[in-house]
Design a protein around this ligand. Structure first.
Ligand code: CU
Length: 112
């Protein structure tokens, strides 16, 4: 009787040690995982293009991964060739990244 009781207590103690350790190794659905959204394409309307300086002015929608509300602002382009895909007045999808302290466009996709 006394031995049985002791084994049961030991089993409970083991569970208490193992379960928290196991819980910490499951990051997939933790609240922190949703704190910084995966970068995704943002909608924008081209306002101005400066091919010489490699800059583009966009009226853009909300950029969730940069925590930025909709606004009109200047971006530098990662590669000036990206500007060939944009014309003033066109609606585009673009990838915005914070790169070397500058708001940078790394991808431009024209939309129909
Ligand atoms: Cu902005």
């Amino acid at each position: 009787m006394a031995i049985h009781k002791h084994v049961r207590t030991l089993a409970l103690a083991l569970c208490a040690v193992i379960l928290p350790a196991w819980a910490q190794t499951v990051p997939a659905t933790s609240p922190q995982a949703t704190a910084s959204p995966t970068p995704s394409l943002t909608t924008g309307e081209v306002r101005k293009i400066d091919r010489e300086l490699g800059k583009i002015t966009l009226k853009h929608g909300e950029i969730k991964h940069l925590d930025m509300p909709p606004m009109t602002m200047v971006f530098v382009v990662k590669d000036k060739a990206l500007l060939d895909k944009a014309t003033v007045g066109a609606k585009i999808l673009f990838m915005a990244r914070y790169d070397n302290g500058l708001m940078t466009v790394t991808e431009i996709q024209p939309t129909q």
